[in-house]
Design a protein. Structure first.
Length: 180
């Protein structure tokens, strides 16, 4: 059995700082990539994964905030765009498969509306408020624009968390481990 966690791109890889290319055509290669990303996400107990996290710098995100061992409810978002990000700022603790071993407190708008294409090429609209989906949509779409959860921190806190991350990596932290 392969260890799909080994495929996760870990900071400070430059692909995590790349503004990803929009997908021109939804074809079998995009569907295969989406299926692979879902496998990686489920194996690492993530609730979302962006294409640059598996080394592909295209605008593709997979999310499943509801899954359990027996139930899966994945969303595949092609070329997602945040249309609305408003509402009261909420601070939540976020982890990231590309930053194993740490969690950070991030403040984000509590309400978000996202438009994206599904794998059939239909334009979809996702709306979330005050829940994990709202956080996950914003976190994963940030990845498509070269922004990570650490970029939401003040400079001193970012340095402290980067040091904590380096220590966690040296100690053997693997994608899916959050440190809290």
């Amino acid at each position: 059995m392969s260890n799909l966690a080994d495929e996760i791109v870990v900071a400070p890889d430059a692909r995590l700082k790349t503004d990803c290319t929009p997908i021109e055509k939804i074809d079998d290669s995009v569907r295969v990539l989406a299926e692979h990303m879902l496998e990686v996400m489920y194996e690492t107990d993530g609730c979302g994964l962006a294409a640059p996290q598996v080394g592909e710098t295209v605008q593709l995100v997979v999310i499943d905030v509801d899954y359990t061992r027996n139930k899966r409810n994945p969303y595949v978002l092609v070329n997602p765009k945040v249309i609305v990000a408003d509402g009261e700022e909420r601070e939540t603790v976020e982890g990231c498969l590309s930053f194993p071993g740490i969690s950070v407190h991030v403040s984000r708008p509590s309400h978000v509306v996202v438009e994206a294409y599904n794998l059939e090429g239909d334009l979809m609209r996702y709306e979330a408020q005050d829940n994990l989906l709202a956080v996950c949509l914003q976190h994963e779409i940030d990845h498509l624009h070269g922004k990570t959860m650490l970029d939401h921190l003040r400079p001193l806190e970012r340095v402290r968390k980067m040091r904590e991350f380096e220590e966690a990596k040296e100690a053997g932290a693997q994608p899916g481990e959050t440190g809290e």
